[in-house]
Design a protein around this ligand. Structure first.
Ligand code: COA
Length: 532
């Protein structure tokens, strides 16, 4: 055993200060999560219940195996936008009849469950996850279709929703639609494209056009049951494969459909793993409130990997990036974690080598972010920092083992890319409430703008007003700061959720388990040309 030791002192004032700062952020996060849980608010929830219907999360809870976890994804979607937090859709990974499935459920209490631009992003991300990890998809449908006032944002890109469903099916990944209510117009193609369809008696309404539209289009008078009711689809059109007498019956039948899939994971579950030696609770006290203060990521690794057991690779070389091998809930992982914030040439080369090794071993990689980016300055440019950073980005881009990213602190500039930021397709990406991500730090960005404005004024021979400059810098700094925060980025679907640091091991374990539904195989070549 090579268990990590810890230098963390839970009695130290810095630990207490860090912990307080993190708990404050977690309280703020809880308040925002509560908004997603509240859906459309009391009035609409009460109306929904009065109709004898279950809420989206209740449907999910009944669908999943008892006492199994649900890894909800992007609950803050739409945060900071004009739309409700959560984007009228719940998505996540849960276990049905022992099978890890990608579950999505419209929230009909939020604007009739209509899809806005953030709903669309969230739904497409869920499909991406199902595809990459070969998770059967279960859609719990009840939606007014496109959010009509924002149709220009969603109508054209929204076509991908239906394309995805059939491409999942073509890839051999089962798709199941359980229709609890409205599934009109475009929404009708959710059951239309799915492999298996269940509809609830007198509740499911699936038609291309409702009675008013039909009247307008053809003059025909039709009632909605005859046009698109569950019974009609089960007996006449054949769109429904299974007819459910009520919501609970529909959920029971959905579980039966999944049981009959006989879905098998590519990798058998590993044996129950040893907990870390060091206390996960202490993860609250590691990241300083001020991200300029560095912290040792080994303290984090020691609290998330099995038995705190970590074999460090090249510990004496490129010391601002920690790399090494561990297991997490029994799954082998390679870890890359920023130490001093800045990535230099040595760190970049070390990362590129480590990523190639992980690909040889078919070992998934975990990226723990706290980086201000690649080093700038004459010495480093002359030393080839661009080509070395490019080497790391090349390795991360062409690596084929699954990547998991966790933004613990800073994730700035190209460092975000090299550490497998969102655009580099990590299988999952989560942020701690302490995380910040942007092209650069707010002060640096405001300072750069000020220098550029000053130079431009000088060139034109115009005076430069210092007072305006100070005000501008402050305003820009504040703007960039607010746009760098985890909640803001999560609202834009730049991560799969903001998590409590104490849940990191559990969340990564759930992800690794889902990932191993599909075969895990590294690249056997196929990297871009490495500039040496
Ligand atoms: N776009 C934007 N807002 C919508 C919406 C949509 N597609 N569907 C419903 N809403 C809004 C309603 O305006 C209402 O807002 P309000 O409470 O502020 O007045 C709220 O959501 C709830 O709608 P309501 O009709 O009261 O709920 P319901 O449960 O009785 O009926 C629907 C839900 C979805 C059946 C019904 O609203 C409907 O038919 N919507 C239009 C469906 C449609 O044709 N969509 C086009 C798809 S391309």
């Amino acid at each position: 055993m090579t268990a990590l030791t810890s230098a963390l002192d839970p009695a130290a004032p810095e630990f207490a200060a860090n912990r307080t700062a993190m708990l404050d952020k977690l309280a703020a996060l809880d308040a925002e999560h509560a908004k997603a849980l509240a859906g459309g608010g009391e009035k609409y929830v009460a109306r929904h219940r009065a109709r004898g219907k279950l809420l989206a999360r209740e449907r999910i809870e009944l669908l999943l195996d008892p006492d199994t976890p649900f890894l909800e994804l992007s609950p803050l979607a739409g945060w900071g936008s004009e739309y409700a937090v959560g984007a009228s859709l719940v998505t996540g990974i849960g276990v049905v009849e022992g099978v890890e499935c990608l579950v999505s459920a419209n929230d009909p209490t939020v604007r009739g469950g209509a899809s806005n631009p953030w709903t669309l992003k969230k739904a497409l991300r869920a499909h991406e996850i199902a595809h990459a990890n070969r998770l059967p998809c279960i859609a719990l449908v009840e939606s007014g279709g496109a959010d009509l006032p924002s149709q220009k944002e969603i109508f054209i890109p929204g076509g991908a929703m239906f394309k995805d469903i059939t491409r999942l099916s073509a890839a051999g990944i089962p798709t199941l639609a359980v229709v609890f209510g409205n599934s009109t117009a475009g929404g009708a193609y959710v059951p239309g494209m799915s492999d298996h369809v269940i509809m609830v008696k007198e509740r499911a309404k699936v038609f291309l056009g409702g009675p008013p539209l039909v009247k307008m289009a053809t003059g025909e008078d039709a009632d909605d049951e005859a046009l698109g009711g569950a019974e009609m689809h089960a007996r006449i059109s054949g769109l429904a494969d299974y007819f459910a007498v009520d919501e609970r019956d529909a959920i029971r039948q959905a579980r039966r459909v999944v049981a009959r899939l006989d879905w098998r994971k590519a990798t058998a579950d590993p044996p129950i793993a040893e907990d870390p030696v060091h206390d996960e609770e202490e993860l609250l006290g590691i990241v300083p409130g001020d991200l300029k203060v560095p912290f040792d990521p080994r303290e984090v690794i020691a609290r998330i990997v099995d038995g705190s057991d970590f074999d460090e690779f090249k510990p004496l070389y490129g010391t601002s990036l920690v790399t090494g091998w561990a297991r997490l809930h029994g799954y082998p992982v390679g870890v890359l974690a920023n130490a001093q914030g800045v990535l230099f040439s040595a760190e970049s080369q070390k990362a590129a080598q480590f990523i190639q090794l992980a690909n040889r071993l078919d070992t998934p990689l975990v990226f723990l972010h706290n980086t201000t980016g690649y080093m700038v300055g004459q010495e480093y440019e002359q030393g080839g920092i661009i080509k070395h950073g490019a080497m790391m980005i090349n390795a991360v881009s062409n690596s084929r083992v699954p990547h998991l990213s966790v933004l613990m602190g800073a994730s700035y500039g190209a460092g975000h890319y090299g550490m497998c930021g969102r655009a580099y397709d990590p299988r999952f990406l989560f942020a701690w409430p302490s995380a910040k991500s942007a092209v650069m730090g707010p002060q640096q960005l405001a300072g750069v703008l000020s220098i550029v404005a000053r130079a431009s004024a000088a060139e034109k021979g115009r005076p430069y007003d210092e007072e305006t400059d100070t005000a501008l810098r402050a305003a820009v700094e504040q703007q960039i700061e607010s746009e760098s925060l985890a909640m803001f980025l999560s609202g834009r679907l730049y991560d799969d959720g903001v998590i409590d640091p104490r849940d990191t091991r559990t969340v990564l374990g759930l992800c690794l388990s889902a990932i191993h539904t599909a075969p895990v195989e590294g690249a056997r070549g196929g990297f871009g040309v490495f500039r040496m």
